[in-house]
Design a protein around this ligand. Structure first.
Ligand SMILES: [Zn+2]
Length: 385
């Protein structure tokens, strides 16, 4: 069966949407306990388990961790798609056997279980674990470092989501971006950085063929507090994955598929063919050129003729769903920005939340076209995932 077809039929459908916490993984961990080695490697601030899953018995050791930022779940969903692919016994059995013999893949699917439960980037102490690599002040940071030191990986995968702000000079969204982090202030291309760059080049080549113009490269400013930079500086090749926005896919159910493909390419499980690889340095750099919604050519109290209003969603946990609340991000001549959704009001005067002025940072519930006296703000802006 073609991998595309396999994926459509067999991706891990128990995990969907943005809100993924340890509780959601439990039935899967029970299921995989029969097939893979599952261990509790430590505990979070609030005493939740931090679990690792190890598959394969090969000499090449790869360590991955996802949801170090609790609300970044796309790469976690893709990891369980990957486990579903590896554990099935019908298709691609030769390459899977090679993978299991060549690699030992240790995965921490949720490094920050408290943040994942609360749907926050930070852990329960409000600390960004990706700025704690030097201090190791948090239990979750120590767990990752302990696993890193005990496992002694040959390669690390630091798995994240990026916000919808990111796009590329192609005018397309940055659906998947990569980085081979710097190992020092000078951003020298060390041996380990080069290894990471080569692997990124392979993944970016396959993904760019599937999604032309949507694959990006992150800024490589060195920060010794970041985990990737720290491991890279310890001469262990490290790859940062940033799962991003695909048009209309706020639940990141399309993006997860491309992250899954990236994992397959990385481990030699995807037929790459005889293609010219895109060199790492030719992968376009991410730009912050997108906003969620842009209202073009509007007039309001104090506007300089016709201006544009950009809205950006803020995400809130409501029960077991994520609500997306639009907030005024910026106002002015916003020709440098693209909107995931754009609406041209052709010079109409508007009332925002029933008042005449427009303030940056204001949460938006309604926008009314004052002249036509109709609501211009879209109901589906309040979708939840
Ligand atoms: Zn992150």
């Amino acid at each position: 069966m073609e991998i595309e077809t396999w994926y459509q039929r067999h991706f891990e459908s128990l995990l969907q949407g943005r809100y993924i916490q340890l509780k959601h993984l439990e039935p899967l961990l029970d299921f995989y306990a029969k097939k893979f080695k599952i261990e509790t490697v430590g505990h979070s601030v609030k005493g939740q388990k931090i679990v690792s899953i190890t598959i394969g018995n090969g000499p090449e050791k790869v360590l991955a961790w996802s949801q170090m930022h609790g609300n970044e779940s796309t790469t976690t969903k893709a990891l369980f798609d990957f486990f579903a692919f590896i554990s099935q016994e019908e298709d691609h059995q030769n390459t899977i056997t090679d993978f299991l013999n060549n690699y030992t893949f240790c995965v921490i699917p949720i490094l920050n279980p408290d943040g994942s439960a609360a749907y926050t980037r930070e852990n329960a102490n409000g600390i960004d674990l990706n700025r704690d690599a030097k201090k190791l002040s948090q239990p979750e940071s120590k767990v990752l470092r302990d696993v890193f030191e005990a496992f002694q990986p040959d390669l690390c995968l630091n798995l994240h989501d990026q916000r919808t702000l990111y796009g590329l000079s192609s005018g397309k969204t940055a659906t998947v971006s990569f980085l081979s982090p710097a190992a020092n202030e000078n951003r020298t291309v060390t041996k380990s950085r080069r290894v990471a760059m080569e692997l990124i080049s392979r993944m970016a080549t396959v993904l760019s063929d599937m999604l032309p113009g949507h694959i990006g490269r992150y800024d490589d400013t060195f920060n010794e507090n970041c985990v990737g930079d720290t491991f890279q500086s310890k001469s262990v090749p490290t790859i940062l994955f940033e799962a991003g926005h695909y048009p209309g896919d706020y639940a990141r159910e399309i993006t997860r598929k491309y992250v899954f493909y990236a994992y397959l390419v990385l481990f030699g499980l995807y037929p790459e063919g005889e293609v010219d690889r895109i060199p790492y340095t030719s992968i376009p750099e991410n730009e912050k050129n997108f906003r969620d919604i842009i209202l073009r050519n509007v007039r309001f109290e104090g506007s300089d003729g016709e201006e544009d209003i950009a809205l950006q969603y803020e995400e809130y946990l409501e029960g077991d769903k994520i609500a997306m609340v639009p907030v005024v991000d910026s106002v002015g001549k916003l020709s440098n920005y693209l909107g995931h959704k754009e609406l041209d009001l052709e010079g109409a005067e508007i009332l925002l939340n029933f008042h005449e002025n427009v303030f940056e940072g204001e949460k938006v519930s309604t926008i009314v076209n004052k002249n036509a006296n109709n609501q211009v703000f879209f109901k589906d802006s309040f979708d939840v995932f």
